[in-house]
Write a protein that binds this ligand. Structure first.
Ligand SMILES: *Cc1c(COP(=O)(O)O)cnc(C)c1O
Length: 378
């Protein structure tokens, strides 16, 4: 790669940041009260604002999305087996395994890559205690079907909503579905608190348990009755969230423009497969996943990734490999998930962030088209 290209690198994502003056203004007070963490004022303020923005009844903030998920599983006292999908980020599966539970992998559907609701029931055994589906790329799972299954078999449902910040289904905040929904506010997500996360829930008892678990299991000044950990969001994180939340609608609108441009430029190219727009969903445009069907497109996903890289553009094989294929699991939890395997070999998420320039989107699409049409016979 030549110098010019190196300096004009386009990464797959780019963290949103508020104007620096605004952040400084937001944290100034911390130098007066010296209260830097342990559920301070900023923490309280962000919790309230997010509850409103996400349209959820209860919300608990965490140091990151992973701890939010791991501790929600612990707070629910789940046991045995948990049905989930391997087409996700490491966090989802790790949270299950780190709780001493067995992930049972269900396949995904080939349309939006969320859990295939027609394949859940056959995986339920008398050991199953919960379902942990993922709103992958912000694509909403079939929440109504999942609810029906959960009721029929008396299972808990925890949604990994790390990709679904601010989304709504049938006019209801996405965090209202299931027993709990986990959000991630990691730097690379649509909304960030640098690192951070939250759990949306309704059961007050669960809320109390979450509060204790993220604060060492402390119940009162002299009572520690649970082996908790430390997963508190600090004041600087919360201040970042307060600032970023002011711009979130604008951010999502800008992302939408980028996605529209991609769709316009890549539409109709044989061998390129997009996710269909979901009905009744308020979207957040968090990712732009594209599948390359080698037989029709002419070259496979890996070649596209390489070619983009040669031009200083960094797309991502998100999600490849499947979590079930991770070395740390040593093949212990392999499931029958042919669709997930197939999709993970074809998928590429293209660069997407609010300030991605239209000319950069054009360049990315041009490189992709060039690959397609330089192939003979296509
Ligand atoms: C980002 C992410 C998480 C974990 O969130 P962190 O805030 O990075 O800990 C969990 N699940 C999925 C699907 C994610 O993309």
């Amino acid at each position: 790669m030549d110098e010019r290209k190196k300096n004009n690198k386009i990464l797959v994502t780019r963290s949103s940041m508020p104007p620096i003056d605004e952040y400084i203004e937001e944290i100034k007070g911390l130098w007066d009260n010296h209260w830097l963490t342990n559920m301070g004022e900023k923490h309280k303020e962000l919790e309230g604002k997010l509850k409103e923005y996400l349209e959820v009844q209860e919300l608990s903030l965490f140091s990151n999305g992973h701890m939010a998920l791991e501790l929600t599983i612990q707070a629910m006292n789940l046991s045995g087996e948990v049905i989930t999908t391997p087409f996700t980020f490491a966090s989802t599966t790790h949270a299950i395994v780190r709780n001493g539970l067995t992930p049972v992998f269900c396949d995904i559907n080939p349309i939006d890559y969320t859990i295939d609701v027609n394949k859940i029931e056959e995986l339920i055994t008398d050991k199953t205690s919960a379902i942990i589906p993922v709103h992958v790329y912000g694509n909403i799972c079939e929440v109504e079907e999942i609810e029906k299954i959960a009721q029929k078999y008396n299972l808990k449902v925890i949604y990994d909503s790390a990709h679904a910040f601010g989304e709504a289904y049938k006019g209801k905040g996405i965090g209202q579905y299931g027993d709990a929904s986990i959000f991630s506010f990691h730097a690379t997500k649509v909304f960030n608190t640098i690192e951070g996360g939250a759990v949306a829930y309704t059961d007050k008892e669960l809320g109390l348990n979450l509060y204790r678990l993220k604060n060492f299991g402390i119940r009162g000044p002299e009572i520690v009755d649970w082996v908790g950990t430390n997963a508190k969001m600090n004041e600087f994180q919360a201040a970042m969230g307060i600032c970023n939340l002011r711009y979130i609608d604008q951010e999502i609108k800008k992302r939408k423009r980028v996605v529209r441009k991609y769709l316009e430029l890549l539409n109709g190219i044989p061998g390129i497969v997009f996710c269909k727009k979901q009905i009744n969903v308020k979207e957040n445009y968090s990712y732009f996943p594209v599948r390359f069907d080698e037989e029709i497109f002419g070259v496979g996903r890996d070649i596209v990734l390489e070619e983009l890289k040669n031009e200083g553009i960094f797309a991502r094989k998100y999600f490849y490999p499947l979590t079930s294929q991770f070395e740390c699991y040593k093949g212990r939890y392999l499931g029958n998930t042919p669709i997930a395997e197939h999709v993970s070999k074809q998928i590429l998420t293209l660069p997407l962030y609010a300030d991605l320039k239209m000319e950069d989107v054009e360049k990315i699409c041009m490189i992709i088209k060039r690959l397609k049409y330089k192939k003979k016979g296509n």
